[in-house]
Write a protein that binds this ligand. Structure first.
Ligand SMILES: [Zn+2]
Length: 470
């Protein structure tokens, strides 16, 4: 009888072990997907964050209730959590009012922009300053007036940031700015007056398309308009916290899964971003239950203060930059998953493509994009050259139009999309948490600058006064 060589035995054994590991891998993945689709907890958590907590503006009681709900749900799922407290330039909304006085009295539907600070009440004439460019302000008598600005940008024109317009208005002596929404339907668009957390140079308000257009028509017909402005909102340093759930790994490297838990207070912050928070909860539950030991430590972070200026994610980077952060996966307004965005980190594309293959029962039709973006919690990671990946998702346009407004409420949440996104995120996170060094290579400072420059992000961040490389 011919005995097989020792080498052949090793090859056969290794083959068996690999086949075994692959089968085990497949069964873990099936268990994750099965549980996500049949016993999802995401919808309940999403409903609690919206209905039981509220809109969750950072620094408010609603926000603290949101953190408590998440912490309780995580502990019930057997996941330990910690809070990481920080102070940030906060903003407390008061009962701000803008009331048209002439040609007749009518209170406007308004939302003050974040960092509008309390000043004594005043009344003044209203002038229409078009889209709010420096040229338009130069051509209207805006000194000691309230400037009305349309946010409807002509096709092809580059819109100014509201913060830039506020600065132009203040330089021209205007006393306040009313931003008429570009979408009809009585909608407001919450947002901040600047990204530095400093009191706005003059009070600024979002007003509806309809009331903005009415005022513009009056002024263009030669009918003078005056308005009274009362600001009761205040800027003040406030305490807040990120919530962190940790699934310890074996390698000393860390993968961050993040979603911002804060929202805008005039609605429920459902699509922005109770859904991302709930998907992150469900991904944490699935990973803890079916894949508790991975090469990397997985830190699931519910970031706070995103809407007011990425305060929580910046704080996390400040605390943990030395912790060998390998990558970040961000969940912000993550609808029904349609693909992944490598965010300019080319080395991770093969891994993302292999995950698309693994999830061939899902409709990941956009597959893998590779375009970095800004203004969500992945940004502080991206600026450090840490691979910052996004799940691309689809939200219905008739629902997403209520973003940052009153009607961003739980009724818009798609349960199926939530469950599918949880499955996709958990499977992707598991692959990332067990990936080799090469797939998640950090960029050098120079490489990061090149990426941000070529993606047009340098220009955006410079306009927001948030470019850190000069
Ligand atoms: Zn968001």
């Amino acid at each position: 009888m011919h005995l097989p060589s020792r080498r052949l035995i090793i090859v056969l054994l290794t083959g068996c072990l690999f086949a075994d590991a692959r089968a085990q891998d497949d069964s873990i993945r099936s268990a994750i997907i099965g549980s996500a689709l049949t016993e999802s907890q995401a919808l309940r958590v999403c409903r609690r964050l919206t209905d039981e907590a509220g809109g969750r503006l950072t620094g408010t009681e609603e926000n603290r209730r949101g953190l408590e709900i998440l912490a309780g749900e995580l502990q019930s799922a057997g996941i330990s959590v910690r809070g990481e407290s920080f102070n940030f330039p906060g903003w407390i909304r008061g009962e701000d009012q803008v009331t048209i006085i002439s040609p007749f009295r009518r209170p406007l539907r308004v939302a003050a922009l974040g960092y509008t600070d309390s000043i004594p009440s005043f009344s003044a004439g209203v002038v229409y300053a078009g889209q709010g460019s420096a040229e338009e302000f130069a051509s209207v008598p805006s000194k000691n007036a309230i400037a009305l600005v349309s946010q409807k940008t002509p096709p092809g024109a580059e819109p100014l940031l509201r913060g830039e317009i506020i600065e132009i208005a203040a330089r021209n002596g205007a006393l306040a700015v009313l931003f008429a929404n570009d979408k009809p339907g009585g909608l407001l668009l919450c947002g901040v007056a600047n990204f530095q957390g400093k009191p706005a140079s003059v009070p600024a308000f979002s007003i509806t398309y309809e009331e903005g257009d009415w005022l513009r028509r009056l002024l263009e017909a030669g009918i003078p308009v005056t308005a009274g402005v009362t600001t009761r909102s205040r800027c003040r340093v406030l305490p807040s916290a990120n919530l962190v759930a940790r699934i310890p790994g074996t390698s000393g490297r860390t993968l961050v899964l993040g979603a911002h838990v804060d929202g805008w207070d005039i609605g429920q912050g459902a699509q922005d971003n109770a859904i991302g928070s709930a998907i992150l909860f469900e991904a944490a539950r699935l990973l803890q239950k079916f894949s508790p030991v991975n090469s990397m430590t997985i830190e699931c972070v519910w970031f706070n203060g995103e809407e007011l200026g990425l305060w929580g994610s910046n704080e996390y980077i400040r605390l943990h930059l030395k912790d060998s952060l390998a990558a970040m996966l961000n969940l912000d307004m993550t609808g029904s998953p349609v693909g992944f965005n490598a965010g300019g980190f080319d080395e991770i594309i093969p891994l993302l493509e292999s995950v698309v293959q693994m999830l061939d029962g899902f409709d990941l039709r956009k597959e893998v994009d590779n375009s970095p973006g800004t203004n969500s919690d992945h940004q502080p990671f991206l600026l450090q050259g840490i691979p910052a990946i996004n799940v691309s998702g689809h939200l219905k346009s008739e629902d997403v139009r209520f973003y940052h407004d009153f009607a961003d409420t739980f009724d818009k949440v798609n349960p199926r999309g939530l469950a599918e996104a949880s499955a996709v995120v958990a499977v992707l996170a598991r692959e990332m948490a067990n990936a080799g060094q090469g797939a998640l290579r950090r960029k050098t400072r120079e490489e990061t600058i090149v990426l941000l420059r070529s993606a047009g992000i340098e220009k955006t961040l410079k306009r927001q006064k948030g470019w850190p490389f000069d």
